[in-house]
Design a protein around this ligand. Structure first.
Ligand code: NOJ
Length: 530
């Protein structure tokens, strides 16, 4: 790693889910003025950049991942002016702003899709999406499918990631493809008009001072010719395999080259792809010098709280990024997965392990992505059925509860919901009363809180980890421990049931108080040994 690396190389990103961060106008939904009003929290945490989930104009069928106008901000979030104010205020604090970009699909309310619906099969309007006739001699009219009101057999057996068929039939009998909700029709990336429009979108935001993009479903835009059937239509997102014809088609790389050619006009800006691909060589292709700058590697999210599993995730993520000489990326949670406190067992154990894993992650070279609320140790919330809003709940016919449990609004202050998130008690997702113990206000008053812990370890990462390479040196302390040296700092994680003798050196930080000088179970420490 040379001295003059781009700003994102080892940066800490803080993901803000705008609906759930802070509500400035009392409608119960977070907005961009709310983010601006809480920038001090972000700044004092010590992050380098914000990743904002989508804020473009949207009917919010998938909370902004269904974009109806990619070059404007939804009034729910405060409109374009609110984003411009946020960019100015964040930049004044030295915090960069990256946005979510959704190139795989649009909203069904997008003017293109509305035009496609009223146009004839084979028309230029339909060619912007993936419309097909159904299967069978009469275009699929001969068999009734109880999953679709209009009957018929879809063009192939693809399922939506959110459950149910990936095809919906329109009035004239054709079907359109949607890998996600029916309100999110997939674009036809074989049509050059689709890229021309994306280029306008990229320049629109970059010209307004945005510092880059997280690219949604970056492994999904290109579809294989002939749209062959899936061999395993029961697959779930977190267990996706690399042979799923819906994703990771070779043609996607030309699309990324096109995006990069635009980004190269804005050298300050970064792209980070959402890449659910687990073969290291395939993953690395996305990070070639003329494609994405970085890709989310989700191996740490999948790893159990187990030394071999964690080491495997780290080694593979390093190797995958290394194949392309790109910066590795690390994340433990986001708006799509169960919060790590709950994944690791909930309660005191889950929290202790989440804190320990934060130290493991923040010791690693590369870019780190924190998700709002992680710094408070928020757990997932078990919401009642009638509160659920994720389209997954309906599309899975109430078999999958969806992702709302990790999207509950941030508790800022006070003793009862809505905890300063909003002036409106009717928040878009209900907030658990027991979060009174987890508010920012409460945690600021407690030097041992998770919030203070995060502020400390982020500060120490900036001051003590001078990364010169994308590699770590593994040490073997005990079978139920993980130990590695990174940028001259030893990170030790105790996953066992007994305290662990720490190697000699200066203790920089520990995720839990030491027990007679030893590292307790479910905790981690940073030590300068040199
Ligand atoms: C991935 C996003 O992270 C998720 O929230 C969204 O539902 C899908 N892509 C579809 O856009």
């Amino acid at each position: 790693m040379s001295e003059a690396v781009p700003w994102w190389t080892n940066a800490i990103f803080y993901q803000i889910y705008p609906r759930s961060f802070a509500d400035s106008n009392g409608d119960g939904v977070g907005d961009l003025e709310g983010v601006t009003a809480h920038l001090d929290h972000v700044s004092e945490l010590g992050v380098d950049a914000i990743w904002l989930n989508p804020v473009m104009v949207s009917p919010m069928a998938d909370h902004g991942y269904d974009v109806a106008d990619p070059r404007d901000v939804d009034p729910l979030f405060g409109g374009l002016g609110a984003l411009e104010r946020l960019i100015t205020e964040a930049h004044a604090r030295g915090i960069r702003i990256t946005m979510d970009l959704v190139p795989n699909h649009t909203s069904s309310a997008h003017s293109w899709f509305q035009a496609a619906l009223t146009a004839a099969p084979g028309s230029v309007e339909r060619e912007r999406y993936i419309f097909r006739d159904g299967r069978g001699p009469s275009g699929g009219q001969e068999r009734s499918d109880p999953g679709n009101d209009l009957g018929g057999t879809p063009p192939n057996n693809w399922v939506s990631v959110f459950g149910g068929p990936a095809w919906t039939r329109v009035a004239d009998g054709q079907w359109y493809l949607h890998l996600f909700d029916a309100e999110q029709p997939d674009l036809n990336w074989d049509n050059p008009e689709v890229f021309s429009d994306l280029e306008k979108t990229l320049r629109f935001w970059l010209d307004r001072g945005v510092d880059g993009f997280r690219i949604d479903v970056a492994h999904g835009m290109a579809k294989p010719p002939g749209l062959p059937d899936m061999s395993n239509p029961d697959v779930e997102m977190l267990t996706l395999d690399d042979h799923d014809p819906r994703f990771n088609h070779e043609g996607v790389h030309d699309i990324h080259r096109g995006i990069r050619s635009v980004l190269d006009d804005y050298p300050h800006a970064v792209t980070i792809g959402e890449i659910w691909v687990f073969d290291n060589a395939d993953f690395a292709k996305y990070l070639r010098p003329d494609e994405l700058h970085m890709g989310f590697n989700f191996r740490l999210v999948r790893a159990e709280f187990d030394p071999a599993d964690i080491r495997g995730a780290v080694e593979n993520a390093l190797a995958a990024a290394g194949l392309a000489d790109a910066s590795p990326t690390w994340t433990l949670s986001n708006h799509d997965v169960e919060r790590e406190v709950s994944r690791y067992g909930d309660g005191a154990t889950g929290l202790a392990r989440a804190r320990a894993m934060a130290m493991v992650m923040l010791a690693l070279p590369g870019a780190v992505f924190l998700y709002n609320g992680e710094e408070l140790g928020l757990p997932n919330v078990d919401l009642p059925d009638d509160a659920l809003q994720d389209p997954v709940w309906e599309r899975s016919k109430h078999t999958e509860r969806g992702r709302d449990g990790c999207r509950v609004p941030m508790p800022w202050s006070g003793a009862a919901p809505p905890f300063g998130f909003s002036s409106n008690p009717d928040t878009w997702l209900p907030m658990p009363p027991e979060w009174s113990a987890l508010t920012v206000e409460r945690q600021l008053a407690d030097p041992d809180s998770t919030l203070h812990f995060f502020r400390t370890i982020l500060r120490l990462r900036h001051s003590h980890f001078h990364f010169t390479e994308f590699d770590v040196e593994w040490l073997q302390l005990r079978d139920d421990a993980l130990a590695f040296v990174s940028a001259g700092v030893l990170c030790v994680l105790n996953t066992g049931r007994t305290p662990l003798e720490l190697p000699a050196g200066e203790l920089l930080a520990a995720s839990a108080p030491l027990l007679e000088g030893q590292l307790p179970p479910d905790s981690a420490a940073w030590i300068v040994t040199g």
